[in-house]
Ligand binder design. Structure first.
Ligand SMILES: *Cc1c(COP(=O)(O)O)cnc(C)c1O
Ligand SMILES: [Zn+2]
Length: 412
C-alpha cells in the first residue's frame, strides 16, 4: 500500500507491518498507522475529494483501507451554523458538527466502525466484536450484520435500555458483563487473545481510531477548506479528540489547508474525568477512576489515549473542562431549544463545556468555533425524566383548551 508505511509504536517508535495488532511487543505502547505523506500529496486534491462519495470514504486516500466495503454511507454529516446558540454564548461563528444523525446508528461510532470493519474484511476476519459503552455496540452490531459478519458485543450490564435494544435488534450475541466499562474491556482483551475475532477497539484499534480523523476532514471541507480557530470535543478513551487533531495536521501536511490547526478544547463529565485531572495537575499519566455519571457513553475510567489527549491539549494551546450531571442535562436542553438538535449525554457534556469556556472568555467572538455533537438524544431519553415540563392534559373540549392551555400559557 503506497500511502501507508506501516504501524509504529507511539512510545518507542518501533515499526511494525500492517497487521491486526495494537501494542508494541517491547514497551507495550499503542501502535498507530504511519502514512507516506509525500506519496499521498501526489494523489490528493480538493477537487478529487469533492467529486468523491458523500460519505467519509471521500477521504480514503488518508485512511488505512484499500477497499471500502463496510459502512458505505457513514459520515459526511451536517455542519450547522448555530446562530441561536451562538447569540446566547456571544459567538458569531459557532458551528455544530452533528454526528447525532450519522448513518446507520446515530453516533460518531459509525465512522470508526466503517473503517475498522472494512480493514477487518481485508485481513480476512469473519467475526466482529467490541467492548462498548453502548454506541460502539450499536454500530458494530449494525455494520457486522449488514456486511455478513458474525458479531459479539460486550457491554456493562447497567447500560441504558435503548442502547441495549439498539444492539439486540441487529441480532448479534450481546454479552452483558457485571462490572463497569473498564472491567468489560479487560475481559474483552483476554477474549481477543484467545479467539481469532476482529475486536474493533482492541486488535483492530489502530485502524478503528483513524476513522475519527474524518471529523476533522469534513469540518475543514465544509468550512471551505479552512481550519476552525477552536473546537470542543468530548473525551472518553481520548481517541476521537487526539485523532481530530491528527486529521487537521494531516490536511496541512498534504497541502489541503493552509491555516494552523485549531486549539483543542476537551470535555469530560465530572463523574469521570481522569484526563481532565491529569491535564490540570500537569501529569502525563492517568490515574484511573470509577465512573459515576449519567454520561455513560463517555464514562471510561482508565482511558487508553488519555496521555496523548493531555499532550494534544497542551500542544494546541487548548484546555479541558468538566460538567456535572445537572450541567449535562442543561446542555442537552440548551442545544435542543436553540438549534433543534436532540443530543445524548455526551453532546450535553460538550455543550455544557462550550458554554463554560464561552463564559470564561477564552474565545474571541469572531473566531470560528466548532462543537462536536457525537451522539443522539433519542437513545438516552430516560436521563431527561423529571427535567422537562409535563404535557398539559385536557378533555377533548374547546372550553378546556381555552381554560387550561391558553389561560395558563398566554399571559395578557
Ligand atoms: C465513543 C464516544 C465518544 C468518544 O470516544 P473516544 O473513546 O474518546 O474516542 C464520544 N461521544 C460519543 C457519543 C461516543 O459514543
Ligand atoms: Zn514501543
Amino acid at each position: 500500500m503506497a500511502k501507508i508505511k506501516g504501524l509504529a509504536c507511539k512510545e518507542c517508535g518501533r515499526e511494525y507491518p500492517i497487521e491486526p495488532i495494537h501494542v508494541c511487543e517491547f514497551c507495550f505502547g499503542p501502535l498507530e498507522v504511519v502514512y507516506d505523506y509525500e506519496e499521498i500529496k501526489k494523489n490528493i486534491s480538493r477537487e478529487k475529494i469533492e467529486k468523491g462519495p458523500k460519505s467519509l470514504w471521500r477521504y480514503i486516500d488518508l485512511l488505512p483501507v484499500e477497499n471500502a466495503t463496510v459502512g458505505l454511507s457513514a459520515g459526511f454529516t451536517p455542519l450547522i451554523k448555530a446562530e441561536n446558540l451562538g447569540k446566547e454564548l456571544g459567538l458569531k461563528n459557532l458551528y455544530i458538527k452533528d454526528d447525532s444523525v450519522n448513518h446507520p446508528t446515530l453516533s460518531f461510532k459509525d465512522r470508526v466502525v466503517a473503517v475498522a470493519l472494512s480493514k477487518a474484511k481485508e485481513f480476512g476476519f469473519d467475526t466482529a466484536a467490541c467492548a462498548s459503552t453502548g454506541n460502539l455496540a450499536n454500530s458494530v452490531s449494525a455494520l457486522a450484520s449488514s456486511s455478513g459478519m458474525k458479531c459479539f458485543v460486550f457491554i456493562p450490564s447497567n447500560l441504558e435500555t435503548n442502547k441495549i435494544i439498539g444492539s439486540l435488534v441487529f441480532d448479534p450475541v450481546v454479552v452483558a458483563v457485571d462490572g463497569n466499562y473498564d472491567d468489560v474491556n479487560r475481559l474483552s482483551s483476554e477474549i481477543a487473545n484467545e479467539f481469532g475475532w476482529a475486536f474493533v477497539n482492541i486488535n483492530v484499534r489502530p485502524y478503528y481510531s483513524e476513522g475519527s480523523k474524518t471529523l476533522a476532514f469534513e469540518v475543514a471541507e465544509q468550512l471551505g477548506w479552512k481550519s476552525p480557530d477552536a473546537v470542543v470535543a468530548p473525551l472518553a478513551s481520548g481517541s476521537l479528540y487526539t485523532k481530530i487533531w491528527k486529521g487537521f495536521n494531516e490536511l496541512k501536511e498534504v497541502g489541503l489547508i493552509n491555516d494552523k490547526p485549531p486549539r483543542m478544547y476537551g470535555a469530560q463529565a465530572s463523574g469521570c474525568s481522569p484526563i481532565y485531572e491529569a491535564f490540570k495537575e500537569g501529569r502525563d499519566w492517568i490515574k484511573p477512576v470509577k465512573p459515576d455519571t449519567i454520561a455513560k457513553s463517555i464514562a471510561i475510567g482508565n482511558p487508553a489515549d488519555g496521555p496523548y489527549a493531555v499532550k494534544v491539549a497542551k500542544e494546541s494551546k487548548g484546555d479541558m473542562e468538566i460538567a456535572t450531571n445537572e450541567e449535562i442535562i442543561e446542555g442537552i436542553k440548551l442545544l435542543a431549544k436553540t438549534e433543534g438538535i436532540f443530543t445524548e449525554t455526551a453532546g450535553g457534556t460538550t455543550i455544557a463545556v462550550l458554554k463554560k469556556f464561552a463564559e470564561k472568555g477564552v474565545f474571541n467572538p469572531e473566531e470560528i468555533i466548532v462543537a462536536y455533537v457525537t451522539g443522539n438524544g433519542y437513545k438516552t431519553m430516560e436521563v431527561l425524566e423529571g427535567h422537562l415540563k409535563s404535557p398539559i392534559h385536557i378533555k377533548p373540549s374547546l372550553h378546556e383548551f381555552k381554560e387550561k392551555v391558553i389561560g395558563q400559557t398566554v399571559k395578557g
